[in-house]
Design a binder for this molecule. Structure first.
Ligand SMILES: Nc1nc2c(ncn2[C@@H]2O[C@H](COP(=O)(O)OP(=O)(O)OP(=O)(O)O)[C@@H](O)[C@H]2O)c(=O)[nH]1
Ligand SMILES: [Mg+2]
Length: 257
């Protein structure tokens, strides 16, 4: 279904924790690919390496860049929820999320925005034809692929890449999902957001992306993030509003690959 084009600007929400080596180059690369009207919101959790100060300077230098400082590291989920709220309050029509470590290539941004003309939630997907992962060892690939397959099976949905974090939400999706009740912090957050969108009958589209390992800085992934996904994903099925009451059943959600 074609969507109205007279909505507000796109906002790109970028969570950062110790990304001093990446944030400036990443913001520049992203802004190059975004429309001039777009806003970039950096959400920094008081990074000890000075990322927040660099972000403040970028916000001073560029009108389309702003920073949300949070007092402590609480994981990706709470950082994104805070960023989504700020974007909605700022009048965003589309809200993009992506990692700020160059794993998600800004070159794909136009493709996600274009797909958002015809979908409610666009996922940059590693696990559809044309997508993939480069430079990952066998263990990391197995965790990621296994995690997506596990979540698909447990939740009974058709989306291939449930754990990825390169997405574009139409404003209405974030307004409809009750952000107050999102509890997941790590990869489970990505699963929870997509599942809730499907539960409420929104159309989800996956567009292929190739994910690259970060080139600089260090990973924040740890065992607890994987463990959280294992126990929290089954709970998603039972928590919150059941799909039958008001929203489309998950199996009725439309997916386009
Ligand atoms: N604000 C905020 N950002 C975070 C937090 N944890 C991770 N991030 C950011 O979220 C993005 C993804 O985190 P990564 O450390 O790259 O984790 P990952 O992508 O799972 O792991 P790698 O593939 O090893 O890089 C990066 O931009 C991080 O800086 C957090 O607790 N708060
Ligand atoms: Mg990363």
């Amino acid at each position: 279904m074609p969507r109205s084009t007279d909505r507000g600007p796109a906002w790109l929400v970028l969570p950062t924790y110790n990304e001093a080596e990446n944030v400036e180059a990443f913001v520049a690369a992203a802004r190059e690919k975004l429309p001039a009207s777009a806003q970039v919101l950096i959400v920094d959790d008081n990074s000890p390496d000075g990322t927040g100060e660099i972000a403040d300077r970028l916000a001073e230098e560029h009108e389309g860049v702003s920073v949300l400082h949070r007092p402590r590291k609480e994981g990706l989920g709470p950082a994104y929820v805070a960023g989504f709220r700020r974007a909605l309050a700022g009048g965003a029509g589309l809200v993009l999320e992506m990692d700020s470590d160059f794993s998600h290539d800004p070159a794909y941004l136009p493709r996600l925005l274009e797909a958002a003309e015809r979908a409610d939630l666009v996922i940059g997907s590693r696990y559809v034809p044309g997508g993939g992962v480069s430079e990952w060892g066998a263990l990391r690939q197995a965790i990621s692929r296994g995690g997506s397959a596990y979540a698909r099976l447990v939740l009974g949905v058709g989306v291939r890449d449930l754990t990825g974090g390169f997405k574009c939400f139409r404003r209405e999706v974030l307004e409809t999902i009750d952000l107050d009740t999102i509890q997941a912090r790590g990869y489970a957050f990505q699963v929870e957001m997509t599942y809730r969108a499907i539960q409420r009958g929104f159309e989800v589209v996956e567009v292929p992306i190739v994910f690259r390992d970060r080139q600089a800085g260090s990973s924040k992934m740890d065992r607890s993030i994987v463990v959280e996904a294992v126990w929290r994903v089954p709970l998603l099925r039972f928590n919150g509003r059941p799909p039958q009451q008001g929203g489309a059943a998950p199996e009725r959600g439309r997916y386009t690959f």
